[in-house]
Each structure stands twice: as structure tokens, then as C-alpha cells.
Design a protein around this ligand. Structure first.
Ligand code: NAI
Ligand code: ENO
Length: 314
């Protein structure tokens, strides 16, 4: 057990991420009192039945009145509405953070509604699964994962240090990044893979010459890996696409060019080109495995950043 880092923590949104936070806070004693707020009554009742906190409310404004730390874990498209609701009710010195998968848009949506007397620091734990809802969380989710904080210039250093200590107590390694750079990195390592998975599973589902039962019956593990990603929450991923539009379009353009080149190699029987690409990409997988990051689920994200950190420090 660690000493509580915060007296009162408020969790807004109690799905996969919010409920994992509730569980790790309880398991490690990171707060004395946890208040849970969410938008729908059935979800709030599920959180109560799971005994995830000490107080439960449907009012985001009411939930933050005594909070020292507020963690907003809602789809990124709901960030502005939540910030607008809680802004006027925050205690002096309160730290407000989020866990959203996109950062520049969240900073734009939330920062203007947080008063000068409180501290806003956007964040993103690079840890998750394809599941959603309060039942799907687990206390170990953040262990050994990266958590990226994207404070803006002028953010109080003590508040950043306290939030960093919180994520470290959850088991994560914290790195600071500028929100726009975060969005570019995540577009390639997370957002594109999900979009590609949604697309390939959609394509298979639309085929007329191959039946749905054949797709299910003969699905090789490669296709099954895509179906796991493509089972991720539709609201969350709709919002990621709408709120990281430019970086995703940039990466999709690069991806489409490379795919066209691969298509040409297949059409013209350019075996050398295929062999060279497949050899290069195999090397990347090997680096990930060598770095001890070879579990399939849900370890994603640590790898690329760890490689970058090593490259940066050499
Ligand atoms: N699922 C994942 O693997 C990861 C998700 N994230 C980010 O974490 C955030 C939450 O994702 P999940 O926990 O997976 O979603 P989830 O769908 O499991 O939970 C979202 C929760 O937000 C609540 N909510 C929605 N609008 C609200 C509002 N206006 N006020 C209060 N509560 C509201 C919902 O009722 C639900 O309880 C998203 O921004 C997502 O991008 C970050 C890392 C990983
Ligand atoms: O389930 C997976 O493989 C993931 O990729 C989980 C995930 C989804 C979104 C994030 O912003 C971070 C992690």
C-alpha cells in the first residue's frame, strides 16, 4: 500500500479506463475518497454494484466540488461538454486531467473552461483493450505501460509532478510530449491500425463470393487479430477519427501510396521488392520482441516509444 497521493479523486466516465483507474486506486490506496460520475444511470448502477468508489452521481458538476484530482475518461468528442460543466465548480488548486486517445483537440476543447485557479494537464495512458464499460476494467491495465502527458507551456510544475507521481503509482512510465506530436505518433501506431482493421473486416463482410460462415470458419490468426481491433468501441473510435483528422489523413495518404506500390509489385510479379519489404518489416517485429514487448494484447505502444527513448538517449 502506498500513502494516498490525493485525498479526493473524482472519476468522470467509468468505462474500461475509468473503472481500471478506480480499481488501481483502490488496490494501491492512492486516494482516500473516490467519487464516480457518469452520464447514464445504468452505467452508474453497474459501477456501484462493482463497488468501484465511495460516492456516485449523475452530475459531473456536483462530482468535482471537493476533488483534488479529476480524471475525465469519456470519448474525446464529449470533452468540451464535460469541461464546461465542471469548470465553475472546481476547487482552488484542483488538478484536471483526461485519458483521451487524441490530445490537441482535447486541449482545445477543455483548457478554456478550466479556471486559472485550477490546473489542466491532458494525458493519455497507452494501455487498453477492445473492451468497454465498467465491467471490463482491471487494476493491472497500466502496469509497465507508457503514459504521455501533454502539458502546455506555463503549466504549474508541481501539478505536473503530482500527476506524474499518480501515473507512476499506477505502474506506468510517464513521458511528456507536445500535443500535436502525440497526435502524429499515435496516428501511425494506434489510429491507423484500428482504421485498417475496421476496413479489412468490413471488406470481408461485404464479399459476395465468400460467405460470412466461411470467413468465420477459415479465419486465420492474422484475420482474427484484425477482428479483435475491429471489435473496439464504435463511439470512441468515431471520435478519434473526427478529432485527429489531419494527422490520420496524413498517415493514410502515406499508407495508400505505399499500398499502391505494393499492389504494383504483386501485379508485375516483382518478387525482389516484396522480399525486401517483408524482410525489413520482419526486423521491426524482431526489435519489438527483443525489447520484451512481444505479448499481443494489450501491450501496444510501449514498443515504439521505448525504441525512440533509447535512440534519443544514445
Ligand atoms: N479503450 C481503450 O483501449 C483506451 C481508451 N482511451 C481513451 O479513454 C477514453 C475512455 O475510453 P473507454 O474507457 O475505453 O470508454 P468506455 O466506452 O468504456 O467508457 C466511456 C464512459 O464515458 C461515459 N461518458 C460519455 N459521455 C459522458 C459525459 N458527457 N459525462 C460523463 N460520462 C460520460 C460513458 O457513460 C462511459 O461510462 C476515450 O477518450 C478513449 O479514447 C485511452 C487509452 C486506451
Ligand atoms: O487493444 C488494443 O490493441 C489497443 O490498441 C488499445 C488502445 C486503444 C486506444 C488507445 O488510445 C490506447 C490503447
Amino acid at each position: 500500500m502506498t500513502d494516498p497521493l490525493f485525498e479526493n479523486v473524482t472519476l468522470i466516465g467509468i468505462g474500461l479506463i475509468g473503472s481500471s483507474l478506480a480499481r488501481v486506486i483502490r488496490a494501491k490506496g492512492l486516494a482516500r475518497h473516490v467519487t464516480i460520475a457518469t452520464r447514464s444511470a445504468p452505467t452508474l448502477e453497474a459501477a456501484r454494484a462493482l463497488d468501484l468508489g465511495h460516492a456516485y452521481t449523475l452530475s459531473n458538476a456536483e462530482a468535482v466540488a471537493d476533488a483534488d484530482l479529476v480524471i475525465v475518461s469519456v470519448p474525446v468528442g464529449a470533452s468540451e461538454a464535460v469541461a464546461r460543466e465542471i469548470g465553475p465548480h472546481l476547487k482552488r488548486g484542483a488538478i484536471v486531467t483526461d485519458v483521451g486517445s487524441t490530445k490537441a483537440s482535447v486541449v482545445r476543447q477543455m483548457q478554456p473552461h478550466i479556471p486559472e485557479t485550477a490546473h489542466f494537464i491532458a494525458g493519455h495512458p497507452i494501455a487498453g483493450t477492445e473492451q468497454s464499460g465498467p465491467e471490463s476494467g482491471f487494476a493491472e491495465l497500466f502496469e509497465g505501460r507508457w503514459c504521455i502527458l501533454t502539458p502546455t507551456p506555463g503549466t504549474d510544475a508541481d501539478a505536473i509532478a503530482r500527476l506524474k507521481a499518480f501515473w507512476e503509482a499506477c505502474g506506468s512510465t510517464v513521458e511528456e510530449m507536445d500535443p500535436e506530436h502525440h497526435d502524429l505518433v499515435l496516428a501511425i501506431v494506434s489510429h491507423l491500425p484500428h482504421i485498417i482493421a475496421y476496413n479489412i473486416v468490413g471488406t470481408a463482410d461485404d464479399l459476395e463470393t465468400v460467405t460470412k460462415s466461411e470467413v468465420i470458419k477459415y479465419s486465420a490468426s492474422g484475420f482474427r487479430d484484425f477482428t479483435r481491433l475491429a471489435a473496439s468501441d464504435p463511439v470512441m473510435w468515431r471520435d478519434v477519427c473526427l478529432h485527429n483528422r489531419d494527422a490520420i489523413l496524413e498517415m493514410l495518404a502515406r499508407f495508400s501510396e505505399d499500398l499502391a506500390s505494393l499492389q504494383r509489385a504483386v501485379r508485375w510479379g516483382d518478387g525482389d521488392k516484396l522480399f525486401d519489404l517483408f524482410t525489413r518489416t520482419r526486423g521491426i517485429r524482431r526489435s519489438i520482441v527483443e525489447a520484451g514487448q512481444d505479448t499481443d494484447v494489450p501491450n501496444f505502444g510501449r514498443n515504439v516509444l521505448k525504441q525512440d527513448a533509447k535512440a534519443g538517449s544514445s
